[in-house]
Each structure stands twice: as structure tokens, then as C-alpha cells.
Design a protein around this ligand. Structure first.
Ligand SMILES: Cc1cc2nc3c(=O)[nH]c(=O)nc-3n(C[C@H](O)[C@H](O)[C@H](O)COP(=O)(O)OP(=O)(O)OC[C@H]3O[C@@H](n4cnc5c(N)ncnc54)[C@H](O)[C@@H]3O)c2cc1C
Length: 382
């Protein structure tokens, strides 16, 4: 076993940690208050190569391994949880396009995505189905050298800032087989978008997408017709470990700040930190966060080495957001009444991480995935 980061990884972590704390953290509150997509931060992330981590060099990316991508997601989320979506979605979309898109789609979208010029999102969820994503109803019908898309997609991260979305739509009979993926530019006739008023992750400008007779060229089909859903589900495995690390990064940053706070703040004539009732919870959360960190690294290592990692990725996805939310909640309380104000970033981090207790599959769904491996498919129904 080798637990040491490579020299390149160490140096990337150091650079991005500095960037996250010096450039992202000071404006973390600003984007939330203004409910604005942090385009300026996206551009800076692109300059550091953080938006092309899983894009091959041929298309302008870094082509790093998955562990390195995870380290970057963790560091970025220390400064700004929503900016962590930049790493997350460009990794996931980069992988999908790299593996399954036509040459023309790759050339048009991958380089500009890595350079921060084009924003891409993933549109799977629909108003009537999220956990049961295979029940989706949006339709794509082939007509000559075009597909015509109709339907509604909901809860799409980055939608309001997106130049294109990877959209899932039904091309044949019901079920997981029969769903295809398409690259759909957002400036086409028949597209309309509506923003959500979210409790957190406001910078992620989530929203609903409506498609009415939207025509796209047939070459925008990603992968084979009818198998897009199955192809992308393999990608979701991987993003779950990145999400775990985003949560680890933001929780770790909050715990570090809380340590500083309780060393400084006095009650009953001594620093709060001198009470074990204060220090022990922090110690416990740091211990738990460290366990999740290494679970995530290991999951990404399994993927890098072509080994099965579905169960482990689902563990990262339910444990990461759940533990981070509980740890941050505890940190908020340790800040006393100040923690309940917007003067400290703790309340925003709590609102933000709760989003990923739902996004990309809830805890129950992750437990169903793990259960299916442990008990056998026939004993865990979906
Ligand atoms: C911040 C955020 C970002 C998101 N980003 C995207 C995005 O970019 N693209 C996209 O396509 N979607 C996105 N989503 C949507 C997200 O993936 C879905 O909301 C999620 O999969 C859950 O689906 P649902 O909301 O329809 O809940 P439902 O499926 O209706 O589930 C409701 C509740 O019931 C539980 N449940 C459902 N079935 C079972 C069962 N069999 N056993 C036990 N419990 C069950 C669920 O766990 C949940 O608690 C995002 C959501 C959020 C909150």
C-alpha cells in the first residue's frame, strides 16, 4: 500500500489550497448574496487547469488521474463549495464526452469547457422522477440527420449559466434501455429555462429546462442510441467520490476555522478550547472526516486502476455530505450566536452541503446500491 501523494500531486494541492483560501474564500459570500454564477472564479479555475482535469490533452485538458481530480475538488471546496461544482461537472462531462461523443462535439465543446469559455451541465432529473431516473419521459425522435427533443428537465445545476447541456431523453421503450444522451446547445429555438430560488448553493444557478421541438444534429448523440443512460451511470460512480471530497474540503476548512475560534473565544475566564466538551466534538469530527477522505481517495484509486468501485463510490456519496453537514452544524453551534449570523461562512456552508445530500442521488439511493452488492440484486428492489 502507498498512502503518499506524488510530488506533482503535493505541489498541485499546495497551489490550489493557496488559490482557494486567497481567491475563492474571500468572495464565497458574495456570490451567495447576489445569487450570481461566479464566472470570474470559473475563469481563474480554468487558468489553473482545474476545468479540464479529465479532458484529454488533445482537446486542451490536463488528463489527470481520478485521485488527482479528487484532490483538486477537495481543495477548491475549501474556498468555495459551489466552485467545487466546476471541478465536479467538468470531470464528469469531460469523461463522458471523451469516451462517447463524436469528434465534432468533442472539438466544439471540450476545449472551450476546459478554458472556462463554455459552461456545460447535465440534465437527467425530471419533475416526476429523480431517484427513479430511468422513468424519465423526455423524448428524442430521429428525423433524417436530426433529432427532435421534447420534454422538461428539472433541478439542473449550472443551468442558468450553461451554454449546453448533456440531456437524457427516451429514444425507445420504457426502462433504462431506451434512454440516450445528447449534447444540446442552450441557444436553440424551443429552449426555455427557469431559475430556482434555492436555500443554498445559489451560485450554482439551478433551474428547469423546457424543450419544445428542439432540433439538434444527429452527430450530437453521445454514445449509441438507447444506451446513453447506462453509459453515464458508470460516470456517476466516479463523481460520487468527488462529491465526498468536496464535502470533506468544506468541512475541514470549517473545523480548522472553528479550532481557531474556540482557542480565541473565552468563557468563564478561559479559552473555550480548554473544555473537553468543546474540543472532543471537534476531534471526533476531524477523525470522521479523515476516514471519509481516505475512503474517497481509495475509491478514486480503484477507478484509476480499473477495479470495481460502485459500492465504495456510493459509500462516499452518502457518508460525505451527511458527515460534513453534521460536522458543520456542530461548528456553527460552537461559534455561539455569531455562528447563526452571515458574518461567518459557517451557515452558508451548512446550506450548501445539504444540497449534495440530495443532488447526484440521495442517501437512500446510495444505500440501495450498496445493499444490492451486499445482499444480491434479487434481495434489494429498485
Ligand atoms: C443541489 C442539487 C443539485 C442537483 N443537480 C442536478 C443536476 O445537475 N442534474 C440533474 O439531472 N439533477 C440534479 N439534481 C436532482 C437530484 O439528482 C434529484 O433531486 C435526486 O436524485 C432525488 O430525486 P427527487 O428529488 O425526484 O426525489 P424522489 O426520487 O422523489 O425521492 C424523495 C425522497 O424519497 C426517497 N426515496 C425514493 N425512493 C426510495 C426508495 N425506494 N426507498 C427509500 N427511499 C426512497 C429519496 O431518497 C428522497 O429522500 C440536483 C438536486 C439538488 C438538490
Amino acid at each position: 500500500m502507498e498512502f503518499k501523494l506524488t510530488d506533482v500531486q503535493e505541489s498541485m494541492v499546495a497551489t490550489v489550497r493557496k488559490f482557494a483560501t486567497k481567491e475563492l474564500l474571500p468572495k464565497y459570500r458574495y456570490w451567495d448574496e447576489n445569487e450570481q454564477f461566479p464566472r470570474e472564479q470559473w475563469q481563474k479555475m480554468a487558468e489553473l487547469g482545474l476545468l479540464g482535469l479529465r479532458v484529454s490533452q488533445e482537446y486542451g485538458g490536463q488528463a489527470t488521474d481520478c485521485v488527482t481530480a479528487g484532490l483538486m475538488a477537495e481543495e477548491v471546496a475549501r474556498g468555495d463549495f459551489s466552485c467545487g461544482y466546476g471541478v465536479l461537472l467538468t470531470c464528469l462531462i469531460g469523461d463522458i464526452l471523451d469516451r462517447f461523443a463524436t469528434e465534432s462535439v468533442k472539438r466544439t465543446w471540450m476545449g472551450p469547457m476546459a478554458e472556462g469559455e463554455k459552461i456545460l451541465s447535465i440534465a437527467l432529473t425530471e419533475p416526476h422522477c429523480g431517484s427513479d431516473a430511468a422513468a424519465l419521459k423526455a423524448k428524442a425522435v430521429r428525423k433524417g440527420d436530426k433529432y427532435i427533443l421534447n420534454g422538461e428537465k428539472s433541478s439542473i445545476s449550472l443551468l442558468l449559466a450553461s451554454d449546453a447541456a448533456v440531456v437524457f431523453a427516451r429514444t425507445s421503450a420504457a426502462g433504462a434501455k431506451g434512454i440516450s444522451a445528447f449534447l444540446v446547445p442552450m441557444d436553440l429555438p424551443g429552449i426555455s429555462r427557469f431559475p430556482y430560488d434555492d436555500m443554498g448553493e445559489k451560485a450554482i444557478v439551478r433551474g428547469s429546462l423546457f424543450m419544445e421541438d428542439v432540433e439538434i444534429p444527429a452527430e450530437n448523440l453521445i454514445g449509441n442510441e438507447d444506451t446513453g443512460f447506462i453509459q453515464v451511470m458508470q460516470g456517476f460512480d466516479y463523481s460520487r467520490a468527488l462529491i465526498g471530497l468536496m464535502c470533506v474540503g468544506t468541512a475541514q476548512q470549517t473545523l480548522n476555522e472553528t479550532i481557531d475560534y474556540v482557542k480565541e473565544r473565552k468563557a468563564f475566564g478561559k479559552p473555550l478550547s480548554q473544555n473537553q466538551g468543546i474540543s472532543f466534538p471537534i476531534v471526533e469530527w476531524i477523525s470522521k472526516i479523515d476516514i471519509i477522505r481516505w475512503l474517497c481517495y481509495r475509491t478514486l484509486w480503484l477507478r484509476d486502476n480499473g477495479l470495481p468501485h460502485t459500492k465504495e463510490a456510493a459509500m462516499c456519496k452518502w457518508l460525505g455530505p451527511e458527515t460534513a453537514a453534521a460536522a458543520i452544524h456542530n461548528c456553527l453551534l460552537l461559534h455561539g450566536h455569531y455562528g447563526y449570523t452571515t458574518d461567518f461562512p459557517v451557515e452558508q456552508r451548512l446550506r450548501d452541503v445539504i444540497g449534495l445530500q440530495i443532488g447526484d442521488g440521495t442517501m437512500q439511493v446510495q444505500k440501495m446500491i450498496i445493499g444490492r452488492e451486499l445482499f444480491g440484486r434479487e434481495f434489494v428492489s429498485f
